[in-house]
Write a protein that binds this ligand. Structure first.
Ligand code: SF4
Length: 455
């Protein structure tokens, strides 16, 4: 009973967060940067921030995550970190030879007011950026936003740096996959390829953070969006941005910069959202949906139909990142599960409407909420299953509610790196996980005379 002091009575709080339902902006920025081939993320701040961000990503993906740091000490903290960043850029290109350094700020460098544009320009003037190499940037002050905002900011930084409109439109579709797992990015690419759509997916962490064990350490794995493709993204016919919060700003920036029109969709998690994604790909790509995709869809529908008696009327509580929660809430509603509480730590005024549009008006929804509030909602109305990251396990244990791990970070389970939640295949995986959680609980609690071999 680690959280036994959480009271049932909910009181208004405006200046206090208890157990935040988010991590800090640079983690998302670092994750997005790793989705560019031969890119080394760089944290412009103190070593402690960088160590935390690297360790959070390493523990979630079970892969070594490399990043540079400006290593602020007292001097840089007072007078600014320009000298540190200039030296870091020089050292990184000389020693580690990446094609791109992706610099993000931290609370400290933002508070000082370091101007990344000016420092990067100075590095170029001083010849510290070799020909053909890039330094891109994102401002990621962590006292606002969350890791999702940081991801969105760095993806926009990629758009600011690379795509060029040469005036020769291609029939390629850009896909910005959102803050999802490497496995989901691979699945999104696979669906596009299956439809016969030529796509540029960025960022793309597949084969970066879910690569095979080869016995040999590769500082720059084979995955990641290639610079040549990122430049060509400015000539594409359209952009599909998956997730308005994580991908929307970059898609709009690409439209403004290179006149590539964009469509912003929900993340393709669950049948409804995947249908929407496949349909937009079909229309924008001018292709037909192949039988293979129709079969995948039909198989998930079959499993849902076969097991609908276990889903119908069950209740769920969801906590995590906004784009994921909207699609998940829609999927659960579609299979007959009543979504009761939805809390995200990321701020966003439209979140409540988005959830209620897919899950109905009678849901407790909170943006910029925390685990404490989420726990209070559950204390007031208990549910049958919970969805959330590793930190949700304390509430799950205290309230004796089965937890399905979903979102970021997941430190205490594995598989999310390799097995997608996106697409029809991902929906199948989710259905299996939900069913296992419900039936395991039913078996555990069944009276002897009701303990069934065949459900
Ligand atoms: S919240 Fe700010 S100070 Fe803390 S680790 Fe993140 S960037 Fe660093």
């Amino acid at each position: 009973m680690l959280l036994r002091h959480t009271p049932k009575e909910i009181k208004e709080r405006s200046a206090l967060t208890i157990n935040p339902a988010k991590t800090c902006q640079p983690i998302g920025a670092m994750y997005a940067a790793l989705g560019v081939h031969k890119c080394l993320p760089h944290s412009h701040g103190s070593q402690g921030c960088c160590a935390y961000h690297r360790s959070a990503l390493t523990r979630h993906y079970k892969e070594p995550v490399m990043a540079g740091t400006s290593s602020f000490t007292e001097g840089a903290s007072v007078f600014g970190g320009q000298a540190n960043l200039l030296e870091a850029i020089n050292n990184i290109f000389t020693i580690y030879n990446p094609d791109v350094i992706a610099v993000h700020t931290t609370c400290l460098s933002e508070t000082i007011g370091d101007d990344l544009n000016q420092i990067i320009s100075k590095a170029k003037e001083e010849g510290k950026v070799p020909a053909g190499k890039y330094v891109i940037k994102a401002n990621t002050p962590s006292y606002v936003g969350s890791h999702v905002t940081g991801f969105a900011n760095m993806v926009k930084g990629i758009v600011d740096a690379f795509p060029v409109n040469t005036g020769k439109r291609t029939n390629t579709i850009n896909i910005i996959p959102g803050y999802v797992e490497p496995s989901d990015m691979a699945e999104i690419k696979r669906i596009a390829a299956e439809l016969g759509v030529k796509a540029i997916v960025f960022p793309d962490t597949s084969n970066v953070l879910n690569g095979p064990q080869t016995g040999k350490y590769e500082m720059y794995p084979s995955g990641g969006a290639k610079i040549a493709d990122l430049i060509k993204a400015g000539d594409s016919a359209a952009t599909i941005a998956l997730g308005p919060i994580a991908s929307g700003p970059a898609a709009k920036a690409l439209d403004a910069k290179c006149k590539v029109p964009c469509e912003i969709l929900n993340l393709p998690i669950g049948i409804r959202a995947t249908d929407e994604f496949v349909d937009r790909l079909r229309i924008l790509g001018g292709v037909c949906v192949p039988e293979s995709i129709a079969t995948e869809r039909g198989q998930v529908i079959d499993v849902i139909t076969d097991n609908q008696q276990y889903f119908a009327g069950k209740t769920a509580a969801l906590i995590g990142d906004p784009d994921q929660l909207v699609s998940l809430a829609g999927f659960l509603t579609d299979i007959g599960i009543k979504v009761r509480h939805v809390v995200t730590g990321t701020a966003g005024k439209k979140f409540e409407k988005r959830v209620k549009d897919v899950a109905g008006g009678d849901v407790n929804v909170k943006e910029a909420g925390d685990y404490f509030y989420f726990h209070q909602l559950i204390k007031n109305e208990k549910v049958d299953i919970m969805f959330g990251n590793t930190y949700s396990k304390y509430i799950s244990r205290d309230e004796d509610i089965p937890l399905i791990r979903f979102g970021f970070p997941i430190y205490d389970r594995t598989g999310h790196q390799y097995i997608p939640s996106a697409g029809y295949r991902g929906a199948m995986r989710l259905v299996e996980k939900i069913l296992n959680a419900i039936l395991d609980r039913q078996d555990r609690d069944a009276a002897e005379e009701k303990f069934e071999l065949v459900m």
